[in-house]
Ligand binder design. Structure first.
Ligand code: HEM
Length: 546
C-alpha cells in the first residue's frame, strides 16, 4: 500500500513538473511568436521584417536587438524612419513588438500632451532607481511629478542660474590650469591624454558646488567619500548586468558583490545627503530667510520648501529632498561632461571652427583674470552666436541622452493605429537629429552655421515654421520636450560654455593619429574607450593672464 502511495506521489510530482514546463513553453511560444505574428495590433504598423541583419542565424527571442546595439546609436532607427515613416514597429528582446516614433504629432502625443499616460517602464525605473534611488523628480510620475516640478522650477530659473556662474567657473578655471600646467611641463609644448576622466571630475565638482553646496574636490583629491561612493554605483554595469537589473525584478537584492557594493554606496549617500539637508536648514535658520539667493540649487529648494505649510500644500518630504540630490548628480554630471568631450573632439577635427569660436570668445570676453569671474557673466556668454551654434550642433550630432523610452499605461490610438497597454515606445533622439528631411543631405556633418542661417534647413521646414521654432522641437530634442523635459538645460548649457571658455582660451586641440573610438550609449552617449586628444598651448605675443 505504502509503495503504491509513494509511486502515485512520484507520478504526481512528475506530472506537475511536466505540466508546468508544457504551460511555460506554450506561454513563451505564444508571447514571443504567435502573439506578435498573428494577434498583436502593432503588427499592422509598418516596420522591418522580423529578420535581423546582424543576428544572421535569427536566434529566436533576439528580434532586432543586436541590430540596434551593434550599430552606432540611432543609425538603425534613422534608417527605419526614413524607410517606413513616422511610426515604426520592430521586434525587441523576446520578440516583443515595440514602436519607435519619428512623427511630430505622435511624439507630441506621447511626450507632451498625454505624457502622464506614458510613464517610464518598470524596467527603466528598476534600472535607474538601482543607481539614483527612488523618490526623485526623474522617476516621479503624475501628480507627484507635477508637485515636485512646481517646487523645483524656481531653483532653475534664469535669475538663480545667472548667480551660479562664479560657482561653476571656479572648477572650470582649475581644470584649465591643470591642463595648461600639463602642457607646460612637457618638453615640446604638446601632450596627448584622455580628456574624459578630468572632464567628469570637473562636472562632478560643479554639480556638487552649484547643485548642493558640497565640495567633492574630484579634480584635486581623489579619495573624497561621496565621490568614491558615487564611483561604486555603476559597479558591474556590464551590458549583461544592466539587462539583468532591468529585466529581473529583485535582482538587486541578490547578494552578488556588485549589488552589495551598490547598497553600501547608497547607505553612504543616505547619510551624507541627510547631513546636507540638515546643514541647509541650519544655514537658512541662521540667515532668517535671507539665504538661498546666489547659492546652490538645494539651498534654494530647501528654503522654498520650508515656506510651504504642509504635505497637502505641496511640501516635499525629506526623502524627496534627498532623492533630488542623487538625481541632480546623476542627471547633471555625466551628461554635461559628455557634451564637452564631444565638443572638444569635434573642434579637434574642425580646426577652422576651433579658431573661430576661440576668436569670438577673445573678441567679446577676453582673457581670464585669476579667480575673477566678473567678466564671465551669463549674458555675455550667451550672447556669442558662434559658440551657441557650436553647442547646438554638438547636441544635435552627439546628444548625451541618445534615446529615451516610455510605456503605454492604457490602450490608446496613435496616428490611427491601436496601441495596446504595455507597449514600449522609443523616442530615438539621435535618429531624429539626423533626419535628412529636416537637416538636409549634410545631416551627418558638423556645420554649426546651419543654426545661424535659416536657408540651411529644408524648404519644407522653412515654410512650415518661422525658423527653429517650437514647431520643429520634435526633431531637435536633446533635452526632451513636455513635462519631463530637462529641468537643468539652462544650467547645462551655461556650464558647458564656461568650461569651453577656460579650455579653449589658452589651449588648442588636435586629433591623435590612429586613435579609434566607437560611440556607445550606456545611459549617456560616450566614446569608448575614451577620447584621446593632442593638447598644445596657444602661443601669443603677450602671455595669457592665467
Ligand atoms: C548636456 C547636458 C544634459 C542633457 C543632454 C540632459 C538631457 C535630459 C533629458 C533628455 C531628460 C529627460 C529624460 C527622460 O525623461 O527620459 C533630462 C531630464 C532631467 N535632467 Fe537633464 N540633461 C542635461 C543636464 C542636466 C543638468 C546639468 C541637470 C541638473 C543640474 C539635469 C537635471 C535633470 C533632471 C532633474 C531631469 C528630470 C526631469 C523630469 O523628469 O521632470 N540635467 N535631461
Amino acid at each position: 500500500m505504502a509503495a503504491i502511495s509513494t509511486l502515485a506521489k512520484r507520478l504526481n510530482s512528475a506530472l506537475i513538473l511536466k505540466s508546468f514546463f508544457a504551460f511555460l513553453s506554450t506561454y513563451i511560444f505564444y508571447k514571443s511568436y504567435l502573439y506578435p505574428t498573428f494577434f498583436s495590433p502593432l503588427r499592422h504598423i509598418p516596420g522591418p521584417p522580423n529578420k535581423s541583419k546582424v543576428n544572421k542565424y535569427h536566434i529566436p527571442f533576439l528580434g532586432h536587438y543586436l541590430d540596434l546595439v551593434r550599430e552606432e546609436p540611432g543609425n538603425t532607427f534613422n534608417d527605419w524612419i526614413e524607410q517606413y515613416g513616422g511610426i515604426v514597429a520592430y521586434h525587441g528582446l523576446f520578440n516583443t513588438l515595440q514602436i519607435v516614433l519619428g512623427d511630430p504629432k505622435a511624439i507630441q502625443h506621447v511626450y507632451s500632451t498625454y505624457a502622464y499616460d506614458y510613464p517610464k517602464s518598470s524596467r527603466t525605473v528598476r534600472l535607474l532607481s538601482s543607481v539614483i534611488g527612488k523618490g526623485g523628480v526623474l522617476l516621479a510620475e503624475g501628480a507627484i511629478h507635477r508637485k515636485q516640478r512646481k517646487m523645483l522650477n524656481p531653483a532653475f530659473s534664469h535669475k538663480h542660474i545667472k548667480e551660479m556662474v562664479p560657482t561653476m567657473a571656479a572648477p572650470a578655471e582649475t581644470l584649465g590650469k591643470i591642463w595648461e600646467d600639463r602642457v607646460d611641463a612637457s618638453e615640446c609644448n604638446s601632450v596627448e591624454f584622455d580628456i574624459v576622466h578630468d572632464l567628469k571630475s570637473c562636472t562632478l565638482d560643479i554639480i556638487g558646488q552649484a547643485g548642493f553646496g558640497y565640495d567633492f574636490q574630484a579634480l584635486t583629491t581623489p579619495d573624497n567619500e561621496l565621490r568614491q561612493a558615487y564611483k561604486q554605483l555603476p559597479a558591474g554595469q556590464s551590458p549583461l548586468i544592466i539587462l539583468l537589473r532591468g529585466y529581473v525584478p529583485y535582482y538587486i537584492n541578490i547578494p552578488f558583490k556588485h549589488n552589495q557594493i551598490r547598497k553600501q554606496s547608497l547607505r553612504t549617500f543616505e547619510r551624507v545627503t541627510t547631513d546636507i539637508i540638515q546643514e541647509k536648514r541650519v544655514q537658512i535658520g541662521a540667515a532668517k530667510g535671507k539665504s538661498g539667493d546666489g547659492k546652490d540649487l538645494m539651498s534654494i529648494l530647501v528654503q522654498a520648501n520650508e515656506q510651504v505649510g504642509t504635505l497637502d500644500d505641496g511640501k516635499l518630504t525629506d526623502t524627496e529632498l534627498k532623492a533630488q540630490i542623487m538625481t541632480f548628480m546623476a542627471a547633471g554630471h555625466d551628461t554635461t561632461s559628455n557634451l564637452v568631450t564631444w565638443m572638444l573632439h569635434v573642434l579637434s577635427t574642425h580646426s577652422d571652427a576651433q579658431r573661430k569660436v576661440r576668436q569670438e570668445i577673445l573678441d567679446h570676453i577676453g582673457l581670464p583674470t585669476k579667480h575673477d569671474y566678473g567678466h564671465l557673466n551669463y549674458d555675455a556668454l550667451n550672447a556669442l552666436p558662434y559658440l551657441a551654434a557650436c553647442v547646438k550642433e554638438v547636441l544635435r550630432l552627439f546628444p548625451p541622452v541618445s534615446a529615451t523610452s516610455r510605456v503605454a499605461a492604457h490602450d490608446d490610438e496613435i496616428l490611427g493605429y491601436d496601441i495596446p497597454k504595455g507597449t514600449q515606445i522609443i523616442l530615438p533622439v539621435s535618429a531624429l537629429h539626423k533626419l535628412k528631411s529636416i537637416y538636409g543631405d549634410d545631416a551627418e556633418e558638423f556645420r554649426p552655421e546651419r543654426w545661424m542661417d535659416p536657408a540651411s534647413f529644408s524648404e519644407e521646414v522653412q515654410q512650415s515654421i518661422k525658423f527653429v521654432t517650437p514647431d520643429m522641437a520634435w526633431a531637435y530634442v536633446p533635452f526632451l520636450m513636455g513635462p519631463h523635459n530637462c529641468i537643468g538645460s539652462k544650467f547645462a548649457i551655461i556650464e558647458a560654455k564656461i568650461l569651453l571658455y577656460y579650455l579653449l582660451i589658452n589651449l588648442e586641440y588636435a586629433p591623435v593619429p590612429g586613435f579609434k573610438f566607437t560611440k556607445i550609449a550606456r545611459v549617456t552617449l560616450r566614446p569608448d574607450p575614451g577620447m584621446r586628444l593632442i593638447v598644445k598651448r596657444i602661443q601669443r605675443d603677450a602671455p595669457a593672464a592665467l
